[in-house]
Write a protein that binds this ligand. Structure first.
Ligand code: GLN
Length: 547
């Protein structure tokens, strides 16, 4: 029997609903349950693909090419499941579907309304495929009280009637502000937020309370009474230095136990479960607390003020640190700083990453950084745009073709990186890229196979000649057109698409560690299985640090 866990958020945004939902998923997985993770996003964009990383953070890419909210990255990292496009919905997508149906005359002349037409679609999304897992964990985006979230909460209310309380639990993530002057945690914002939920007809079963300091008994009693929640279901969600410490923290607070109790699950072997958990998250906790050595890596980009824009990258770097028993400190460098300023900040780093990105802005600073890494033997890792820029840098500064560029930045010069329509048809994709098209839906998206040359750095790192990575880009290396130039620039393409026509991985043989990948390996790195490229890169940077 499929059961549902809804995670809503109160008081304010950025409390970490995605991480809370992921931790619930992780704990249930450790208990041997199968799970699905779904997210309902209240914004009107059809998908987050066209949203600015400055405002909304990273766009996460799934295997099937779905461009999704960054929370899906947390879901996959914490629970080790693979999410699909069918797990993500936005208001824009629901309306798009309903309007399409209306145009076809599917509603037989009735007027289309939020209730029941929109809410029916939402319920259908939630229920879809839910019988394939023990639990479906649904995160409702936004904050309770937002006008945009209302149809989702209304759908939840209806589902509570349709399926009954035995099959649904409502977890409300909220915040208790600590007022320093009074030395007190305040419960009023939570009370108001719960009242708002209640006014829609939803009674939360569990309050997950974010707080800077431990929540004492008195406060828990107060919250329980005013919010009609059992006292033991008021759970502390203390701020944590490292997100991978949270599953065990929630477990110690009894969160998964309460969820199991709600669903009347067998809890006879809690000691056995605890042992499993300590062998996983407990060990990771131990590893994190025992990291004494540190390595400093520079990440040069355009969105360095908005750390969520690089969330999968920072996580993958941390995982690479786990694999090498080192803490990874990131030196964020703004690509638009002056060259001398960039060089000053690069002085003491032992590894450099140029991550993915879009448009010409900041690219000269990144190219300058790549030159610095190449000339000074600093381990370098270029991701997507980072690899394209490494190709341009070598063509300009090693082969002497000073006008080498990408079609993305200019229409003048040698287009060593260009717009290509061909891959789509060859790879049997349903999307055919046309330069004239809208920005949405013109990218090479999702998982693609790559064939790796034996005895290359890439081969040593992956330990395989056939791999798959996720892509999200419009432009490609002009492999055939500039074959000779690339040779002269000292670039080796050690990873190619299956048909041999697209560059997937580049490396330099005249350098201690210099690799670039057209894909985004950061999307597939997990705390318990760090991505080999990140492990190898952090290892090279640590070795460099010891010299
Ligand atoms: N802007 C580049 C392209 O579209 C790279 C994209 C990326 O780094 N994700 O090809």
């Amino acid at each position: 029997m499929a059961r549902f866990i809804f995670v809503t958020g109160g008081v304010m945004s950025s409390l970490g609903k995605g991480i809370a939902a992921s931790c619930i998923g992780a704990l249930l997985r450790s208990r041997g349950c199968s799970i699905k993770m779904k997210k309902l996003d209240p914004y009107i964009n059809v998908d987050p693909g066209t949203m600015s990383p400055y405002k909304h953070g990273e766009v996460f890419v799934m295997d099937d090419g779905c461009e999704a909210d960054l929370d899906f990255g947390h879901y996959e990292r914490f629970t080790d499941i693979v999410c699909t496009a069918a797990d993500s919905i936005t208001t824009g997508r629901i309306y798009e579907k309903v309007i399409r149906q209306e145009r076809k005359g599917a509603y037989l002349g009735s007027d289309i309304q939020v209730i029941p037409h929109i809410t029916n679609e939402i319920k259908e999304f939630i229920l879809h495929d839910s019988d394939t897992a023990d639990f479906t964990i649904c995160e409702i985006g936004g904050t309770v009280g937002d006008i945009e979230s209302f149809p989702y909460l209304e759908s939840l209310r209806q589902l509570l009637l349709d399926l009954g309380k035995e099959r649904i639990i409502c977890v409300h993530l909220t915040y208790l502000p600590f007022i320093k002057m009074a030395g007190e945690l305040k419960t009023k914002p939570t009370q108001h937020s719960v009242k708002q939920l209640q006014s829609i007809g939803i009674q939360p079963d569990i309050l997950l309370c974010r707080s800077e300091i431990p929540i004492n008994n008195e406060i828990k009693e107060k919250l329980a009474m005013f919010c009609s929640v059992k006292k033991e279901n008021v759970i502390t969600a203390l701020d944590s230095d490292n997100i991978y410490l949270i599953p065990n923290q929630y477990h110690k607070e009894g969160l998964d136990h309460r969820i199991c109790q709600h669903f009347k699950m067998n809890l006879d072997d809690e000691a056995g479960f605890n042992e499993v958990l300590q062998g996983q998250w407990g060990l990771l906790e131990h590893l994190i607390s025992s990291l004494t050595e540190a390595v400093t890596i520079a990440v040069i980009g355009k969105y360095t003020k908005m750390k969520d824009a690089y969330i999968s990258l920072t996580q993958a770097m941390m995982h690479g640190g786990f694999a090498n028993n080192v803490r990874v400190n990131i030196r964020w460098i703004n690509a638009e700083d002056s060259f001398p300023e960039i060089e000053r900040q690069l002085m003491d780093v032992t590894g450099i990453i140029v991550p993915g990105g879009f448009s010409a802005r900041g690219t000269e600073g990144k190219i300058h950084t790549i030159k610095h890494a190449r000339e000074n033997g600093i381990p370098f890792f270029g991701i997507c745009l980072g690899m394209q820029l490494a190709v341009i840098e070598a063509c300009r500064n090693v082969a002497g073709v000073s006008n080498a560029t990408s079609r993305e930045f200019s229409d003048d010069g040698e287009m060593v990186i260009d717009f290509m329509e061909r891959w789509a048809e060859e790879q049997g994709s349903t999307i055919v890229r046309k330069k004239s098209e809208n920005k949405g839906g013109t990218m090479r998206l999702g998982s693609y196979e790559c064939i790796i040359t034996e005895d290359s750095l890439a081969h040593r790192i992956y330990g395989s000649t056939q791999i798959k990575e996720r892509h999200r880009h419009r432009y490609e290396v002009s492999l055939e057109r500039y074959e000779e130039l690339f040779k002269a620039a000292g670039i080796v393409f050690s990873g190619l698409s299956k048909d041999g026509k697209l560059a997937e991985i580049m490396e330099r043989r005249d350098h201690v560690f210099f690799i670039g990948t057209q894909a985004h390996p950061e999307f597939k790195s997990k705390p318990f299985s760090p991505h080999p490229l990140f492990s190898a890169f952090i290892r090279a940077a640590s070795v460099k640090g010891m010299n």
